[in-house]
Design a protein around this ligand. Structure first.
Ligand code: PEP
Ligand code: MG
Length: 583
């Protein structure tokens, strides 16, 4: 096998060596062909064998699911096993093979289309949507028929050594809803053909804290299932079928990287204070309550952004007030009085509950997203506000509102929050009467008008991922323009500076919770610009803290002033690089 490398855009550093696990859209690969009579029974057997393999695979997944995975996920697997056992999927395709004299893939796909059509006639929303389960089960059968190895086969094949057991996820594209499910898998790395560095899929990949690369263009086509690959997350390169020499070199680099990570652990309990004594608050971003363990392990002193929309994904019903209350309370209690900033629902754009809820619109990032969606669906928002307030009795919860653009949106939020509070008072349900309300500054209009927002809010949090997307008119999920996405663009820096100034003027805390906060390349600049509060993935806390410990505020502010005085990105980049080297 000849070795070759593919270049993409790094999302998370580190080096992983392991075998490719291809996530395919098998349905697109199905072709139709006729078979001579004497091969028909062979084809029927091929189909039965594939069904048997999928059954073993699903049972294996079911048995290996961790105890703490959401009930929804184990229920999914149970449903899939039931569907697989149903005659309509396990027997009818055999009749089709015999009657139509066609290949097994085609037969099962024909039968799937038929079942899906029947599901679409059902009036009950919930039952109608089970068609997705049928499609997923059929995809599994087709994958086996097409010769893709099953998860179990891969694990068994690579059980020789520790390194060889490692699996690297290779996909064309992954939705944030799919990516959240990978949190329970032990993938050693994560690579995709498409995607921008701050897409929500990339953010989730980063939260898995494994080397990740996006925008590899044709990785899924070029890499075979089970092939040995190296993922170098530092530079965004994938080496396929490496030679022994290259493998040895990367093993060495991997050891060095792991050693550096271990060294960073030494500062885990050190307070994040600059040389001249200024404390910098380093908080963590989380997606699900289980992430709190990583927050504790990272030494973060609070949760600066809890993206609640992930509680709403991969399911067909909205989580009710009690379910949300349980999740928010769990985080509040686990953080033992430390700040827990919970962001209200930010669905829309690239984040959807499930494939059926994707709304077709030309510019989803500019559409009905986040607070706009919540204000358009007040019952959903009210349920969440009540759950948040109830949980606030058990810890130090702050509410953060995404995508604010106008003061009138903020006032509607406040009216609804008051209504939620008064309904709880009437029911004698305790909550924190003084719960802090903050707003995300992630639309340029909000940054320009930050003073007005600071006046009516308790705190501001800058969402640089969206602020950059909207300021530079660059879709954060589109890899074809990823090279233009730059946090150091002078206009972005000016909007951040305006927000910091507004907060300082009105005595309101300002933090950054976008990906920029977790990139140690920007720490000195952000502190120099006046930020004292950063929130990032737990895995980035220590590298950012290391920067803080070596910084001197007086020096940083002077330097940041120089950077802000420039209006040419080509001059800003080298100046920031020099600044980071202590220049
Ligand atoms: C941001 O936009 O920077 C942010 C933190 O929110 P999200 O990435 O979830 O859109
Ligand atoms: Mg955002």
């Amino acid at each position: 096998m000849t070795s070759f490398s593919i270049h993409g855009v790094s999302v998370c550093g580190g080096i992983a060596i392991g075998h490719a696990h291809l996530v395919s859209n098998a349905l697109l690969e199905v072709v139709h062909y006729q078979l001579p009579q004497h091969l028909i029974e062979n084809e029927v057997k091929r189909f039965s064998d594939a069904v048997a393999t999928v059954k073993v695979d699903l049972e294996h997944i079911n048995a290996s699911l961790r105890k703490n995975v959401p009930a929804e996920i184990s229920a999914f697997i149970g449903t899939h096993l039931m569907m697989l056992a149903d005659k309509s999927l396990s027997e009818v395709p055999k009749e089709i093979i015999r009657n139509e004299q066609c290949n097994a893939e085609w037969a099962v796909k024909l039968q799937m289309d038929d079942i899906v059509e029947q599901f679409e006639q059902i009036e009950d929303d919930y039952l109608r949507e089970r068609k997705q389960d049928v499609i997923q089960v059929v995809e599994r059968i087709i994958k086996v028929l097409l010769g893709h190895q099953s998860q179990l086969a891969l694990e068994q094949q690579f059980s020789a050594s520790h390194e060889e057991r490692k699996l690297i996820l290779v996909a064309h594209d992954i939705s944030p809803a799919d990516a959240i499910q990978f949190k329970q898998h032990q993938f050693a790395a994560f690579i995709t053909d498409v995607g921008g560095v701050t897409s929500h899929t990339a953010i989730l990949a980063r939260s898995l804290n494994v080397p990740s690369i996006v925008a590899l263009q044709r990785a899924r086509d070029l890499i075979n299932d089970g092939e040995l690959i190296i993922v170098d997350g530092h530079v965004g390169v994938v080496v396929v079928s490496p030679s022994q020499e290259v493998l040895a070199e990367y093993r060495l680099r991997q050891e060095q990287w792991e050693l550096e990570q271990q060294k960073l652990q030494l500062i885990k309990s050190t307070k994040a204070v600059t040389i001249d004594g200024t404390a910098i608050e380093l908080h963590a971003n989380i997606e699900v309550p289980e992430d709190v363990a990583a927050v504790e392990a990272s030494g973060a002193t609070g949760v600066g952004l809890y993206r609640t929309e992930f509680l709403f994904m991969n399911r067909r019903d909205m989580p009710n007030e009690d379910e949300q209350f349980v999740a928010y309370k769990a985080v509040a209690k686990a953080m033992k009085g430390a700040a827990v900033t919970i962001r209200t629902l930010d669905l829309g754009a690239d984040k959807h509950m499930n494939p059926d809820t994707v709304v077709n619109c030309l510019n989803p990032a500019l559409g009905l997203r986040a607070i706009r969606l919540c204000l358009a669906e007040p019952h959903i928002f009210m349920t969440q506000l009540r759950a948040l307030l109830r949980a606030s009795h058990y810890g130090n919860i702050k509410i953060l509102v995404p995508m604010l653009c106008t003061l009138s949106e903020l006032r509607q939020v406040k009216t609804m929050l008051e209504r939620a509070k008064s309904s709880l008072r009437k029911e004698n349900i305790p909550f924190d009467e003084h719960i802090a309300l903050g707003g995300m500054i992630e639309i340029p209009a909000a940054a320009i008008n930050a003073e007005a927002f600071a006046n009516e809010l308790d705190f501001l949090s800058i969402g640089t991922n969206d602020l950059i997307q909207y300021t530079l008119a660059i879709d954060r999920t589109d890899d074809s323009v990823a090279h233009l996405y730059n946090p150091l663009h002078p206009s972005v820096l000016k909007l951040i500076a305006m927000t910091i100034k507004a907060g300082a003027k009105l005595g309101k805390s300002v933090s950054v919770c976008g990906e920029m906060a977790g990139d140690a390349k920007f720490t000195r600049l952000l502190i120099g610009m006046g930020l004292r509060h950063l929130s990032m993935h737990p895995s980035h806390i220590l590298s950012v803290k290391q920067q803080v410990l070596h910084s001197q505020i007086s020096h940083l502010s002077q330097h940041a002033r120089k950077v802000l005085g420039l209006s040419d990105l080509e001059k800003i980049e080298p100046l920031v690089a020099k600044f980071n080297q202590g220049g």
